[in-house]
Design a protein around this ligand. Structure first.
Ligand code: ZN
Length: 465
């Protein structure tokens, strides 16, 4: 707490006025202290190895200083008995926008509620992966770092880079020179990633990547006009949405064009075919990870289980009503993604990992609004289990692998001595579906936040602010 208090004072001096809500941050802190010992925990450490029981995790300041079954706890440490609890690394969300879209065409920056929901749900680091309001994102990131706002560590992205058909908030590129100019400007303003979008051309994407790399910035993409193998050849760093955004197997694919309706032609795609394996090998050899975002598509798939009631409970009431209506209609099959395609997308991600690929995950709180920040990440966890990954594998996908993609694995992503104390404390075992909902405490940089209190503080305003 001392560190937080100091940084608040520092920020107050810096900006001259303490944000109104800053004084009450203390109310959301469940545990602090210069030395904290989590005793008797079941630990799933984010490296993919099986859970270990009876572990002690020692936290000193903002770091983990020891993990093991035989750790001596210093006198005066704040001891927490974790019998019956599971501890995992803070989740790293790689497709975790700072904005939300949902209901009937609504869109809003969720700098207040989204940031708190991410942290409350165990997501301690996000990459925003496409910004509608890049300055709001950069400022929010800096406020969180200074202790003036509550939220996860943010890797901010520049505005979307797309072709002529992108939405009004995106950079509708008119050639490679513009791509370079936009990338250069935002790289100098401090973003660390860009996201290319569905209608970008190969020439524009290549120019954007080259300019980004020149500035030490990386590029991911939600593609359609460009295939995965083409993007890898152009030097892309990450690819979003797995099979949902890879048009290269579509029979009607034309260079630089997004083939309409290609997804539902994939139900019979053979993931062991030379074609698909060639995509995987290109990605693996060039160190290009794939980001799984199953949850954002689930709303559009007929026959899926109802949306988590917690989603409707946090959304602003009028948005909740609209999302419920849309979810019911889409689940009934209106313009839906075929269930076979959804299953194929899961199989594609499993095959990618089997081939040696790095799979990470993110929520993507856009589309029809059924996957808000954090709560949607928790649903992703369940969908990855359904896809056939084991519990330790899913934890690794959602933590260690995300850290690897962001280049911060030395500092976070696993439960290991020397790393920042970004940890999630969950009541019960994670093999049981839905248990991520029982997230109790989320440590970020050694400060343990009370998950329920954070969620309560945003109830009814998610989707608005
Ligand atoms: Zn997105």
């Amino acid at each position: 707490m001392k560190a937080l208090a100091t940084s608040l004072t520092f920020t107050a001096l810096l900006i001259g006025v303490l944000p109104l809500h800053a004084q009450s941050f203390q109310d959301f802190i469940a545990v602090d202290g210069p030395v904290i010992a989590l005793i008797n925990a079941k630990v799933i450490d984010g490296t993919g190895v099986p859970a270990r029981d009876g572990q002690t995790i020692l936290i000193e300041g903002d770091r983990i200083t020891a993990v093991g079954s035989n750790i001596s706890v210093p006198a005066g440490a704040n001891r927490l008995d974790m019998a019956g609890y599971t501890v995992i690394p803070g989740l790293i969300g790689l497709h975790n926008h700072s904005y939300y879209t949902g209901g009937k065409g609504r869109a809003a920056q969720l700098s207040f509620s989204g940031s708190r929901l991410y942290l409350a749900s165990g997501v301690t680091t996000i990459r925003t992966t496409g910004a509608r309001a890049p300055y709001e994102e950069l400022n929010l990131k800096r406020e969180i770092e200074a202790g003036a706002a509550i939220g996860p560590t943010i890797f901010a992205t520049g505005p979307y880079l797309t072709g002529e058909q992108g939405s009004r908030t995106m950079t509708r590129l008119q050639g490679p020179e513009q791509a370079r100019r936009v990338v250069r400007y935002w790289a100098e303003e401090g973003v660390s990633w860009f996201k290319a979008y569905t209608w970008i051309s190969r020439a524009e994407l290549g120019a954007a990547i080259e300019e980004a790399h020149r500035h030490g910035v990386k590029v991911t993409a939600h593609l359609c006009s460009v295939g995965y193998r083409e993007a890898v050849a152009l030097g892309i760093d990450n690819l979003e949405h797995g099979l949902f955004a890879n048009s290269e197997y579509a029979p009607n694919k034309v260079p630089d064009q997004c083939p309409p309706g290609f997804r539902n032609t994939y139900a019979d795609l053979d993931v062991n075919s030379p074609e698909v394996q060639a995509t995987f090998q290109d990605m693996i050899q060039n160190d290009v990870a794939m980001t799984s975002t199953l949850v954002v598509y689930e709303i559009s798939v007929a026959g899926r289980p109802p949306i988590d009631e917690r989603v409707y409970e946090v959304l602003a009431p009028e948005i909740a009503e609209e999302v419920r209506e849309i979810a019911i209609a889409r689940r009934a099959g209106q313009g839906a993604i075929d269930p076979e395609m959804f299953a194929k997308a899961m199989e594609y991600e499993r095959a990618f990992v089997r081939a040696g690929g790095t799979l990470a995950a993110g929520v993507d709180p856009t589309g029809y609004g059924a996957a808000p920040p954090g709560l949607g990440d928790q649903r992703n966890y369940e969908l990855l289990l359904e896809a056939g990954f084991s519990v330790p594998e899913v934890v690794q996908i959602m933590s260690g692998n995300g850290a690897k993609v962001l280049g911060i694995l030395d500092d976070v992503g696993t439960v290991e001595a020397g790393k920042l104390a970004d940890l999630v404390v969950i009541e019960g075992d994670l093999e049981e579906l839905g248990n991520l909902h029982r997230t109790k405490i989320v440590f970020r940089h050694g400060i343990g936040w009370d998950s329920s209190k954070l969620i309560d503080s945003v109830r009814g305003v998610v989707g608005i602010r």
